[in-house]
Design a protein around this ligand. Sequence first.
Ligand code: G3I
Length: 354
Amino acid sequence: MRWMTSCLGAFVVATAAVTSPVLAEQAVLPAASGLGELARQRGVQLGTAVALDPLETEASYRDRLAREFASVVAENAMKFEFLQPEIGLFDFRQADRLVNFAAEQQMQVRGHTLVWHWALPDWLEDRNWSRDELLAILKYHIKTVVGRYRGDIVVWDVVNEAIAKDGTLRDTLWLRGIGPEYIELAFRWAHEADPDALLIYNDFGNEGFNAKSDAIYQLVRSLLEKGVPIHGVGLQMHLRADRPPDPSEVAANFERFADLGLQVQITEIDVRIRQPSRAGDLERQAQIYRDMLQVCLQAENCTSFTTWGFTDRHSWVPTHFEGWGEALIFDKNYQPKPAYRSLLEVLSETQAEP
Ligand code: G3I
């Protein structure tokens, strides 16, 4: 522990003294007036994940983003390996760029993510830590990051993907080193660092009813019973066009969290298509986007609908799922796809209701 204290005592917080000139020019763009504005009028934050490279280098990327979305989340820039690449040495430059862009555009920022088994720095993964050391590392990371963005980031994915498909706790560095309490401690530390932030448990494969979504329900219920500050559940929704979720089941799943007094947020939706795509695939994809937004708009506790990227030009899908692609609502040339039009229609239909 003495070693840990001395290392942490020597930390340096890198500040984003440099504002990108490219981003500074974008201050003149209008605030979201497309999907994001329509959704905001109905109480839902419609957002997207942002990659920092195209944000800085592609005007079409920035324009679409600014016009269509009311909220942003960093696809990678706020993960542990990016924020704390060396022990005690934080690098907030990329994250700050996104937060500054969002402020200029009057967009909300979702924070993603504080505790995850993936995207960890080598210094953390390549050593055996004692329990006390890991507790100190996690607490320090959460307090530093959430504290820095207090007031700027209004919602955090505090714990990401802690449950396995069979409903057991996922075997991670955090579980092995700290035990199951790491989950509640993460929420408590995040709350101490920013008592006003909305704190979310986020996972995938939990749209309908299954062993995993049941385990998530039990987990968050037990956290609430212990007085842990948790405010919502994130459903990532990395979906396949050939396997649509049942909208009524998703709605019922949302409802059981509402009964606990919790919000739900659709946090990372994309709908991948097997390549090469066939006739009807884009329409099947559009139907899934439509159905999920509809479920969200109709559920009183659904407060956010976030796509995991917005253009097929920049998507994690082709590199992580060989033979799959075209998962987003704009094509590679930033042109709207049927999925975009389906979201627009849903928002317009809802607007027409009394
Ligand atoms: O940073 C290195 C870079 O230095 C190197 O040049 C490059 C070469 O491939 O790799 C870069 O790292 C990549 C990183 O994204 C940043 O671009 C990794 O290889 C790549 O595996 C990583 O993938 C991200 C993945 O999370 C892991 O962090 C995806 O872009 C991102 O879309 C994905 O997002 C996750 C959510 O956070 C949680 N839910 C699931 C979702 C999809 O997996």
